[in-house]
Design a protein around this ligand. Structure first.
Ligand code: ZN
Length: 427
């Protein structure tokens, strides 16, 4: 029996219907994919029924090959019984609709549907991506953000969707950057300026460049780095975690993610990449590998973070999830969290706790930890080790803070008195 057939009963003829027809291999590949991703049998059956109506219609020439686009398939799924005259009419279902995107990928891979059109600037983006990786050694997450930024920038500079190096001029680039800055999207403006500068430099190395001096591309006015404004007080941290202390799989996962971020200061991409084998509950460590080539760091886990992880892993983490330490909420579950999913978890925690803060992203927790450690007078070198800062310069940013405000933020920490007199009040 095929994997797809296992989901259906022989009695009403459903299994035969699913298992007949020349496109059964595609359907079966879909079933296996859903199976691996840990879908519930109910959902998988719904997806397969939707996909089967489609393959039935393809087999009976209701579709031309060129009509097999996502848009058309979704329209089909919204009205399957009207468009399909097989023996098992069905009302439109949500799962049939959701099935179309992943199933279309299978049809494309098998050459049944036409290959997807490459997005605009695909070859320029691919070459720039390779340059960032191989020549500049840029880490994965940064590289993807650069490429997304470049795709957006080129889309504005070259609205026709064709790459034209003559449109890469200093005034055009500066106007684009300024348009973000005007909307107060300072971070985006800075990324755009940096990205286009790097892209022009890359084009220069290939000899096709617009010959632009990188200095003439103006980024937004630099603001002073304000890690202090971004740091949460310990009371705010406590409030942030409070709604997550409930007995559900999602809350357990989110609590573990937040505590790992808050107590170890790991970046969101590091947390997203953690595998189950990286967590050593007995030694209370996480093994963090930032780059394939570099060695792993052993990051010590404070007990609260370790306990939350143990609870999550032993009690709530789905068994069928792949290697990833943290399972994803949506398909594909076994891929684990993405970096932006980690941010979404933090943002959701902020919303639920009702804390209003200047910055509600994952990095806020890292800032807060650094700030608290500085306030506790931990040596900069040790803080750099905790945060896996490559350079102590970065760590020193946190130390150049207004000591008084720092003390206010960190007041709830019991700072050991330095005074030899034990009765003198603790600052
Ligand atoms: Zn049908």
């Amino acid at each position: 029996m095929t994997t797809a057939g296992r989901y259906f009963s022989r009695r009403d003829g459903m299994r035969d219907y699913i298992e007949e027809g020349p496109l059964l291999p595609a359907l079966d590949e879909f079933a296996n994919e859903l199976d691996r991703a840990g879908y519930s049998p109910h959902t998988t059956a719904g997806y397969l029924r939707g996909a089967r109506h489609l393959t039935w219609c393809i087999e009976h020439r209701r579709f031309r090959r060129s009509d097999l686009t996502l848009e058309n398939l979704r329209a089909f799924a919204r009205a399957p019984h009207a468009r399909c005259d097989c023996a098992f009419p069905e009302k439109p279902t949500h799962s049939a609709f959701s099935a179309m995107k992943p199933f279309l990928r299978i049809l494309q891979r098998r050459g049944i549907a036409p290959a997807p059109k490459p997005p605009p600037f695909a070859s320029e983006l691919a070459r720039f991506g390779a340059y960032l990786e191989e020549v500049r050694g840029v880490a994965d997450e940064t590289r993807l953000t650069r490429l997304r930024t470049l795709a957006g920038g080129l889309g504005v500079l070259m609205p026709a969707g064709r790459f034209d190096v003559r449109k890469l001029t200093v005034p055009a680039i500066n106007a684009l950057v300024a348009s973000f800055a005007e909307k107060q999207q300072i971070q985006k403006a800075r990324w755009m300026a940096d990205t286009l500068r790097a892209f022009c430099r890359y084009l220069d190395t290939t000899g096709e460049g617009p010959r632009i001096d990188g200095k003439s591309i103006r980024g937004p006015k630099a603001r002073k780095c304000q890690p202090l404004a971004k740091a949460l007080t310990l009371e705010q941290l406590r409030l942030l975690l409070r709604p997550l202390r409930e007995d559900t799989p999602l809350a357990a996962r989110d609590l573990a993610v937040l505590l790992v971020l808050a107590r170890t200061g790991l970046r969101r991409s590091d947390v997203a990449r953690l595998a189950l084998k990286d967590f050593d509950g007995r030694a209370a460590t996480l093994s963090v590998r930032r780059n394939k080539s570099r060695r792993a760091h052993e990051v010590p886990l404070p007990s609260e973070a370790r306990d939350a992880l143990l609870t999550y892993v032993c009690k709530y983490r789905p068994r069928r999830t792949g290697d990833a330490l943290f399972h994803a909420e949506n398909y594909p579950y076994d891929k684990g969290l993405t970096a932006s999913a980690v941010s979404a978890i933090v943002a959701r925690a902020f919303r639920r706790s009702g804390i209003e803060h200047v910055s509600m992203g994952a990095h806020t927790l890292r800032h807060s930890l650094a700030t608290h450690l500085v306030a506790r007078r931990m040596p900069l070198k040790s803080i750099a080790d905790v945060l896996i800062h490559k350079s102590i310069e970065t760590t020193a940013l946190y130390a150049r803070l207004d000591r008084q405000r720092l003390a206010a933020i960190a007041r709830p920490w019991p700072i050991p008195a330095r005074s030899p007199n034990p009765r003198s009040p603790t600052p």
